[in-house]
Design a protein around this ligand. Structure first.
Ligand code: UT7
Length: 365
């Protein structure tokens, strides 16, 4: 990967992964079949990029809008500022800007792209997909495109989908983007939620390689029973635009913060533990855990339970807030730019969000 140099590869061969199939009984059937599959191809990240709007909303700004303080927001979440869109900065625009940077780093002509996935819960329109607009702007005429709605887990889900297509040999490359304009569905009078969210996009290019680099393992899970913990109910088929809402607040995100908090820690720990176990990796093998940035305390608490030292946990929530599907690729790009990870390192991406959904990927860079 061009932005990650100075290789010091720890190669985990496909055969080593297969040897670990004894561990797969802790995973669901889908994971077992991934682990058992004999493959020489992997989905390697060859470029990354991110883009956030210039406009910043500080904690002090929020304290003028709702009953809160910089001190409360900082100590309870770790957030200091978030970026917010203005004017023509739509989700597709953010996604396209991030994608251009990732493609440039990968040195890949958009005309060669075969698959574009945009993970988002704040799409450009109801339809067509945000990915269609990205394809148009990039002139990526060959690409097969769609949006993926798995909330904050969307980007990690997207990686797992791409893994299947690249490992099978069906595609040579793919672009996965997480892009959100959450501030468009934020209730600026609700102090429990409006302090959390920001806008932005991050993207990675993945290419089929047989160098040993790439996604070693990925896991995805969901629990639809808990959909009410995080939602935005208007305007779908249940609450269509032409029907008066019983509660006007349904046009905004609604969160049950405490429930999400507890579930997030539990599921992050489970997903990362599964990844380590199935890949037969110890904490020493992991260079960095790059988590969805939902709350600094959630990430720190999960890391403590996993016994991951601080230097192996990347947190950039202070600068961006929670950008849902965009947060893992924005964090990854930041981690690369800061020189904290390089080619050959093994990293774990992990995310948790509405659905509920959660998932993780182990990747050798
Ligand atoms: O990516 C997934 C989406 N993310 C989420 O859903 C967020 C996950 N949850 C969280 O990050 C945390 O639960 C929050 C940041 C939302 C809340 O932090 P908490 O430590 O769980 O606080 P709490 O909800 O237990 O509330 C503690 C107190 C309450 O007052 P009382 O009842 O103790 O008098 C709240 O009313 O803090 C109050 N409070 C605030 N005070 C000042 C809630 N929001 C604020 C605020 N400023 N913005």
């Amino acid at each position: 990967m061009n932005p990650i140099r100075h290789s010091q590869d720890k190669k985990i061969s496909p055969s080593k992964q297969q040897n670990n199939s004894k561990h797969a009984n802790m995973s669901n059937g889908m994971n077992k079949s991934i682990n058992d599959r004999s493959t020489s191809y992997r989905a390697a990240i060859t470029g990354c990029g991110s883009f956030v709007p210039d406009k910043i909303l500080t904690n002090e700004d929020l304290a003028k809008m709702v009953d809160t303080t910089d001190e409360w927001i900082t100590t309870r979440t770790g957030i200091k500022v978030r970026h917010i869109t203005t004017g023509s900065e739509t989700t597709a625009y953010l996604a396209t800007e991030a994608a251009k940077k990732a493609l440039a780093k990968a040195n890949l002509d958009p005309a060669e792209l075969e698959l574009i996935i945009v993970a988002t819960i704040t799409p450009e329109m109801v339809f067509p997909s945000t990915a269609s607009f990205v394809q148009r702007s990039l002139h990526a005429k060959k690409a097969w495109v769609f949006d993926l709605c798995a909330a904050c887990s969307g980007f990690v889900y997207g990686l797992s989908i791409v893994q299947q297509f690249l490992e099978s040999g069906r595609f040579k490359n793919a672009l996965v983007i997480g892009a959100e304009t959450l501030t468009k569905i934020t209730d600026w009078t609700d102090r429990t939620s409006c302090i959390l969210f920001g806008d932005g996009a991050g993207a990675v290019v993945l290419e089929r390689q047989n160098t040993g680099r790439g996604i070693l393992y990925s896991t995805m899970s969901s629990d639809g029973e808990r959909w009410e913990a995080l939602n935005c109910q208007a305007y779908g088929s249940r609450y269509p635009a032409d029907k008066k809402l019983d509660d006007p607040k349904k046009i905004y995100m609604q969160i049950k913060g405490r429930e999400v908090y507890q579930q997030a820690i539990r599921r992050i720990v489970e997903a990362v533990t599964e990844c380590l176990h199935v890949c037969d990796l110890g904490l020493d093998d992991i260079k960095m855990m790059i988590s969805h940035q939902m709350n600094g305390r959630i990430i720190e608490s999960a890391a403590r339970r996993l016994k991951l030292p601080d230097e192996k946990v990347f947190i950039n929530i202070a600068e961006y807030g929670n950008t849902s599907a965009a947060s893992v690729p924005i964090a990854f790009d930041g981690c690369v730019k800061q020189g904290k990870i390089k080619q050959g390192d093994i990293v774990i991406f992990v995310a948790f969000g509405a659905g509920l959904t959660w998932g993780a990927s182990v990747i050798q860079l």
